[in-house]
Design a protein around this ligand. Structure first.
Ligand code: NDP
Ligand code: 2IT
Length: 444
C-alpha cells in the first residue's frame, strides 16, 4: 500500500464518525501523490503525513450560559490547533447547531493549506460551538460568548492562536468575545480578527472574503482568455461571504441573479440589490422572504434551487457539500464556465470530479476564499504595529495576494503536468511550504 493510502486508511480508522474530515484529508492527500512520491523515504522516516493529519492539540469544553427565561443552557465548545509550522494558529469560530469535532477538524485541516497559500506567516486552526445565534437576543449571545471565552482564553493569544469569524460569528460575536478576553487576561492585543474598527479591527476585513473570491475569479478567467464583465453569476448563501461576493461581482460588471439562506432562495432577474440584502441580513437579521418587500419583481422559492438557474459563473458561498453531483449536472447542462468556492468545501467530491471532466474551470475553496484569512493576517500586522491602514491600502494588498495566489497554484499544477487543475495546484503549493517548515523543525 502506498504511504498516502496507508495514512488515509489509518486516519479513517482512528477517527470514526468524522465524514467531513475524511473527505478533506482524502482530497488533499490524493492530489499530493506525485509530490509525496518524490520524497517518500524522508517523509516516511519523519512521519510527516501522520503528523500532518493529527492536530497538534484539540480542546473540547463545556459552555454553560443563562437564557432570557433564567434557564441554564449548555453547549459544547471546540478549538482545534492543527498546525503551527509556519505561524500561530489562525482560523475562524463557527457557531451553528451542526458543529461537531469532525467538522471543526475538516475546517482546521483545510485552513493549514489555505493559510500557507496566502504567503503570510499563519498556521492552521479552527473552533466553534453547536450554539445557534439565530433567534437569540443580544443578551443571550453575549452570555454565550462570555462563557465560551472564559474557557477559550486559556489557550489563545496574539502570538499563539488568533480566532476570527465564520458561519454564525460576525462583528457582534467578535466584539463580545474580545471584551471578555481583555477583561480576563488584562491584555489589549490582537487576539481575534474581524474586530470593530474602533478597537483594532481592519478596514476591508468585512468585505475581504467575498472581494478576494472575485479578485481571484477575475484573474483566473483572464488567464483563460475570459472577461468577468457582462457575465451572469449565481451565488448561494446570503451571509458575509455571499454579500460581498455579490457586491464585488457587480462592481466588476457582472450580474448576480441569486442568493439563498437555509430556508429558501431568491431569483432576481434584474440583479440582486446588495443594499437591500445588507439591510435584511446585517441590520434586521431577517430571513430572505423579506427580499420581496424591496424588489417585487424578484421570485422567492422555498428549499434549495440556486444551481438550477442558468449562469456563467457559480459561486457557492453557504456551507460544505451544498453543491452535489445533480447540481453539477444541472450547471453543466446550462453551460456554466466556472465554479469558484466561496464557502469551505461546498462541492462534493463527485461533483468536483464531474465539473473538472466537463472542462468547467474550478477554483477550490482553499485558494478562492483565502482573502478573508489573508486580510485577518493584515489585521494582525496592524495590531502589532499599533497603526491603522486605509481601506485602499488593505484592498490593494488583498488584490495583490489573490493574484499572486492564483499564479502560485497555476505554476504548481504546471510543474506536475496538471495545467488547469487548480485543485491539485492549490494542494501542492499549500503543502510544499508547510512540509518544508515541518521537516526543517524536526519531529515535533
Ligand atoms: P454567515 O453566517 O455570514 O452566512 C452563512 C450563510 O450560509 C447564510 O446565508 C446561511 O443561511 C447559509 N447556511 C449556513 N449553513 C447552512 C446550511 N447548513 N444549509 C444551507 N444554508 C446554510 O457565514 P459566512 O458567510 O461567514 O460563511 C459562509 C461560508 O464561507 C462558510 O463555509 C465559511 O466557512 C466560509 N468562509 C468564511 C469566511 C469569512 O471570512 N467569514 C472566510 C472563508 C470562508 P442561514 O442564515 O439560513 O443559516
Ligand atoms: O474559513 C476561513 O478562512 C475563515 N473563516 C476566516 C478565518 C480568519 O482567521 O480570518
Amino acid at each position: 500500500m502506498s504511504y498516502v493510502d496507508e495514512v488515509i486508511e489509518r486516519t479513517v480508522r482512528e477517527n470514526p464518525c468524522e465524514p467531513e474530515f475524511h473527505q478533506a484529508i482524502k482530497e488533499v492527500l490524493c492530489s499530493l501523490r506525485p509530490v509525496i512520491a518524490e520524497h517518500e523515504d524522508a517523509y516516511r522516516r519523519d512521519a510527516l503525513l501522520e503528523r500532518l493529519v493529527n492536530p497538534e492539540r484539540q480542546i473540547k469544553f463545556r459552555v454553560p450560559w443563562i437564557d432570557d427565561n433564567g434557564n441554564a443552557r449548555v453547549n459544547t465548545g471546540y478549538r482545534v490547533q492543527f498546525n503551527s509550522a509556519i505561524g500561530p494558529y489562525k482560523g475562524g469560530l463557527r457557531l451553528h447547531p451542526s458543529v461537531n469535532l469532525g467538522i471543526i477538524k475538516f475546517l482546521g485541516f483545510e485552513q493549514i493549506f489555505k493559510n500557507s497559500l496566502t504567503g503570510l506567516p499563519i498556521g492552521g486552526g479552527k473552533g466553534g460551538s453547536d450554539f445557534d445565534p439565530k433567534g437569540k437576543s443580544d443578551r443571550e449571545v453575549m452570555a454565550f460568548c462570555e462563557s465560551f471565552m472564559t474557557e477559550l482564553c486559556k489557550y489563545i493569544g496574539a502570538n499563539t492562536d488568533v480566532p476570527a469569524g465564520d458561519i454564525g460569528t460576525g462583528a457582534r460575536e467578535i466584539g463580545y468575545l474580545f471584551g471578555q478576553y481583555k477583561r480576563l487576561r488584562g491584555l489589549f492585543e490582537g487576539v481575534l480578527t474581524g474586530k470593530g474598527l474602533s478597537f483594532g479591527g481592519s478596514l476591508t476585513r468585512t468585505e475581504a472574503t467575498g472581494y478576494g473570491l472575485l479578485y481571484i475569479t477575475e484573474e483566473m478567467l483572464r488567464h483563460n482568455g475570459l472577461d468577468i464583465a457582462g457575465k451572469t453569476v449565481t451565488i448561494s448563501g446570503s451571509g458575509n461571504v455571499a454579500i460581498y461576493a455579490a457586491e464585488k461581482a457587480q462592481q466588476l460588471g457582472a450580474k448576480v441573479l441569486t442568493v439563498s439562506d437555509s430556508n429558501g432562495w431568491v431569483y432576481d432577474p434584474d440583479g440582486i440589490d446588495v443594499a437591500a440584502l445588507k439591510e435584511i441580513k446585517e441590520v434586521k437579521r431577517q430571513r430572505l422572504t423579506a427580499y420581496g418587500d424591496y424588489r417585487p419583481a424578484a421570485e422567492y422559492h422555498a428549499g434549495k434551487g440556486v444551481w438550477t438557474v442558468k449562469s456563467d459563473i457559480a459561486l457557492p458561498c453557504a456551507t460544505q457539500n451544498e453543491l452535489d453531483l445533480s447540481d453539477a449536472k444541472e450547471l453543466v447542462k446550462n453551460g456554466v464556465l466556472a465554479v469558484c468556492e466561496g464557502a469551505n468545501m461546498p462541492t462534493t467530491p463527485d461533483a468536483t470530479e464531474f465539473l473538472k471532466e466537463q472542462g468547467v474551470k474550478f477554483l477550490p475553496a482553499k485558494a478562492a476564499n483565502a482573502g478573508g484569512v489573508a486580510t485577518s493576517a493584515l489585521e494582525m500586522s496592524q495590531d502589532s504595529e499599533r497603526r491603522y491602514w486605509t481601506f485602499e491600502k488593505v484592498d490593494k494588498e488583498l488584490k495583490k495576494i489573490m493574484v499572486n495566489l492564483f499564479d502560485n497554484i497555476n505554476d504548481a499544477a504546471k510543474r506536475y503536468d496538471m495545467e488547469g487543475d487548480y485543485v491539485a495546484g492549490a494542494n501542492i503549493a499549500g503543502f510544499e511550504k508547510v512540509a518544508d517548515a515541518m521537516m526543517a523543525q524536526g519531529v515535533v
